[in-house]
Design a protein around this ligand. Sequence first.
Ligand code: FAE
Length: 538
Amino acid sequence: MTPHLTRRHLLGIAALQAASALGFTRIGLSAAAAVEPPATDYAPAVVVGSGYGAAVAALRLGEAGIDTLVLEMGRLWNTPGPDGKVFCSTGAPDQRAMWFRTRTEAPLATFLWLDVVNKDISPYPGVLDRVRYADMSVFVGRGVGGGSLVNGGMAVTPPRAYFCEVLPQVDADQMYGTWFPRARQMLGVNTVDPSWFESTEWYRFSRISRKHAHNAGLRTVFVPSVYDFGYMQREAAGQAVRSALGGEVIYGNNHGKRSVDKTYLAAALGTGKVTIRTMSRVAAVRRNADGTYVLTVHETDVTGRVVRIVEVGCRRLFLGAGSLGTTEILLRARERGTLPDLSPEVGRGWGHNGNVMAARANHMWDTVGANQATMPAMGIDDWSNPTCPVFAEIAPLPMGFEHWISLYLAITKNPERGTFSYDAATDSARLNWSRSQNQPSVTAAKSLFDRVNRANVTIYRYDLFGGNRIFADDFTYHPLGGCVLGRATDNYGRATGYPGLYVTDGALVPGSLGVNPFVTITALAERNMARILAEDAW
Ligand code: FAE
């Protein structure tokens, strides 16, 4: 499905281009003029963050004619660096790769036990962050577009039965009839041409993993994507600049990817009602006696220094800072007493979508290819397994040479949940999650990949995740929960106890989805915004 580029999209894209050309941290149709407008310290509606949930909120508010300010702590990603590219590749990372780090922290620690994957970089507001808690680290995107800038583009709709198990109070007929299709259309979801997939060297790694899964009696499925497969075919034919075929993914894609700055946010800016302020981190929220909200915003420069602290007032506040960001903002507000009546459920119900990474060593004759597309296009679907359900994305490992590795990101059904507590000393949220809580995920992944190994007489790789581990169970790409729908909020994301305060992102999803989450986060936000705009007083 190619997103239809409306006049609004085109106006918005022009505003984004003008803002980056002029070095603005404020982006909007009026900001595209030569002179930066004065700071807006009041807006009827404020949206915090600019990932999937936030982008939906911004567009639907703008369309409803409501002046809306989006506050994003990261930068706008459309200014080319000295190499002429906006983003750096995974093979040659530089300061653009990571959020204020001196060394990259990619999920794969080593290759052949050698520290050759990560590279020294200088601190900068780069696009990928790895938020480290004691026993779990969480990868998130930073910048206008949030996680859509760095993710693998897999646009999967969850199996209906599991969605109903996870969110039983949400009308599934409406989700599957209206909101999922709308989300997929708006995000520009498309599927790989099967005949090209079968013939191209770039997906040989997927075909080998498929063969091994089938040998074990497992089912594989094509996985839809927001990466433009038509563009990818042109890359392969030498007719377009390489992005997915040029090793670009977790540090951003220079081409081909329909990240939300190109879809929802461009359309939001095109309404003329939405402005985005970058490098603006929301540090605190309080409520005035008249029911309006006041945000304390730290404006930072590229060294991370706070250059200005401003207060922004609003009547309606939409939190789309992601599972970690939104939960931290609300937990801090409750614990510091600025929003004391927030639900005790704020900070509960967090999960990592059962993420576990694993890799297998193939036989010499089962080559996976030196050339690998960075966008996954296939998964092993064993979710109907009654004891150990697993949906395993067949992940690329594009190293530019043959390595005989089959890599997977397994999504498992893990009933364990984490909680967040507020740490006053660091003024931040601390995730209470112990390594032992990963055990159900590791057990499920092991049962699936042991089966694949047995059927193909292959073994695990021990050299990739550090400490001779065969499962990387210490990180997630899919943080979910913290302000769960129907518990910390009502059934549409309205925060309990605070009219005009809404949660609109992955924090609403109770810890597990069974598939990659952004389509669901987008569809839920669409559903909730439609109800909020129809019912709440504006
Ligand atoms: P998110 O996209 O995280 O956006 C939150 C935004 O808020 C970010 O831009 C933050 O910088 C900003 N923010 C946070 N705190 C503040 C603050 N205090 N003040 C101002 N701004 C703030 O939220 N999902 C899939 O479905 N398919 C995939 O293939 C896939 N691959 C992934 C690969 C990687 C490497 C990663 C990291 C994630 C992947 N995901 C994938 C997960 C997906 O990107 C994620 O679920 C969504 O981005 C979450 O959307 P939210 O709207 O919750």
